[in-house]
Design a protein around this ligand. Sequence first.
Ligand code: 6A9
Length: 779
Amino acid sequence: SYFGYLGYLETRVNTPYDNQKMALPTDHRDDPERYWGTYRPQTYFGLKTRDPHSLAMGLMWYSPSNLGAGGQGIRHWCEMGDKLDGFGWTHHDGRSFGVQQIDDLPFELKTSFVKYPSDKAYGGDWTARVSVRNTSRAWDRSISLIWYVALDERTNGHIKYVSDEKSPEPGVYGQTQGLGEFQVRFSAAKGRILHKSYLSTVAPSLGKLKETVFSHFRAFASKRGNRFIGLPGEIVSQNGLPAANPEPNFIAIQFTAEVDFTLDITYQSTSGFALGESITRPPTGRAYSDSLQAKMTAFEQRFEQTFQLAAKGYGAEEVQFARNALSNMLGGIGYFYGASRVQSVHTQNPVPYWKAPLYTAVPSRSFFPRGFLWDEGFHGLLISAWDVDIELDIICHWFDLLNVEGWIPREQILGIEALAKVPEEFVTQRNSNANPPTFFLTLRKLLTHHKQQLAQKGRLAALERLYPRLQAWFTWYNTTQRGEVLGTYLWRGRNATTLRELNPKSLSSGLDDYPRASHPTDLERHVDLRCWIAFAASVMADLSTLLGKDDVKYYETASFLTDNEELNRLHLDPFSEHYTDWGLHSDAVALKHPPPLTPQRKGGQRMQQPPAEMQRYTLKPPDYKFVNTMFGYVSLFPLLLEQLEHDSPYLGKLLHDLRDPQLLWTNYGLRSLSKNSPLYMKRNTEHDPPYWRGPIWININYLAVKALRHYGKIEGPHAATARKIYGELRDNLVRNIFRQYQRTGYLWEQYDDTTGEGKGCNPFTGWTALVVLLMAEQF
Ligand code: 6A9
């Protein structure tokens, strides 16, 4: 029946592609080496396992003299508002260890961990270390470190604190389904503990751990009369009444210590041992320092082998900077679990996607600590250079999020911790909206640079299993994103009715406020999307060859979509000789405050009215044409994705114009929108500053450098120019990103096109970390 059919359409949006999962169900038995990890990138230092309902551990700290109302001053989740002087991984191999430095002046914290595999197959043991140093002789002499162990509401297991009074081996003892039995113990490797206390309680959720700690603080006095803020011990009641479930799910141990101070935390699995068999505790103190040092040295050697930066002549500081960039990419990898909220035209309201795990890197630990579809394809370029298997596993997890329609949601907000960071209006993902299919960039890189590796260790089998999903994904783009005219495509999700925006955003393109046709219609064509789909088709063609399929259709689609005559007919504006979008457009638009309504009088008094929000006024009616005044990243796509013929005169024109400082060229990289564009650095609403309307973004610059190298290698009329610009652009980017890092301690989301300064959110070690590949010239 009709209604039955509607029901069917409704459930398509949240029906998985099939029941054959790509990512192996992870428990400790599948990949013990990657079971434990720093998979909670939204925390400064947090560990968990790749298990949907993992036990979670982590660090909070504060300076007692700096503790403010409402828990102000307690550090836990990475927040830009904490205004730390810097934080990030200096070493991290994505598998076995990591070292992070956190500057919270006057304190400098180092957090590190090393994993110790065991033959008992529960993911092994580890030691973590938090050491605090006071970098000034200033008054602040003590610090409070809190280490916690938490179960989420679905973890099957229990935890218990055994105090110093009760046992010579105090610590957290527990058992969960995913871990078996374990012990977490503490030792001060250096310094003096002034006060120690703990809390064992029922926390309302993993999203409220800091609040739980804070609301339980009490004042304590030592025998000598010193006062300390501490935790009250066992609190198993709720609101003074005995708790319904008196089993604690949250244990926090606080050490208030004199700085300098070093705390070692050991996690030891105690399952699988025979009675009487000796269980060795993971190393602490000196032994831990030694094993950490060995890991660091091996990491630095492997880094040089992989990227050869010292061999290329980079100095020690530059090499260290690049190592930090890679470490932050790997240390930013998280393991999330939950369901997105999605909406289709066939559903009345948003509905939950299915619950699934996602192993993924994140663009920014402080601001967007979650997976983003097109960011991840860029991340994959760097991650695969380091560890092909980590990247394949990331890809497999993402493709498990493919629905039966062939769609993958753009932004992945999975689980309580992730959701807590996202404003309500950004949560729902719509299945009409795409995002650039950048996993094809990663796949192309794997196919060109890692072919031999792909042929080993069952990796081809993973690609085999991936193939039908890639086909479905490709088909989704190639059908749902089509335009009216054959060979044209348009990003969905632009708001055609709003008066608030100067130029309605296209979030799905990834280039958010980059100006398109001023008046969105179904007839418009977006040149970047056409290029992405052409690119996807050509990678599908390569992949089908590698896997011995006979899918000529991808070759045909790729050659149809990369045909330069067709491209020129649909997207080359004959006046500017630039590649542009086409649509209903007027340059004469402006944001203005609407004229005030006739003032109302009330009892003879004039009522003061707040000025109404700015609105867009179209001063000259739009007409269908090439959007040829918006020269910028979008116009570069035929170059960026290497689709222009090497001897095309329009390649020459693009090279000339992108090198022009009046247009896109700066000493810090290519700006996103030409200085002579009417929307250059214009706000989109009174509240939205320009984002992709001038600032320099590293993902697109990476593609530009890669493409310049490509064209520089094909002898012909433009090769020499391409080579020259390649060198200049690469130098400018590397020099500026490095300089800003030296100045601020961070990589940034974007860079100012007039000063080169880092802008937007920080740290942003997503695609900005591609600077490592720029330095290494690995494209
Ligand atoms: C905002 C605010 C605590 C915007 O890097 C992720 C994406 C890119 O994919 C996209 O191309 N960024 C770029 O234009 C950041 C998007 C953040 C949206 C969520 C919520 C959080 O407040």
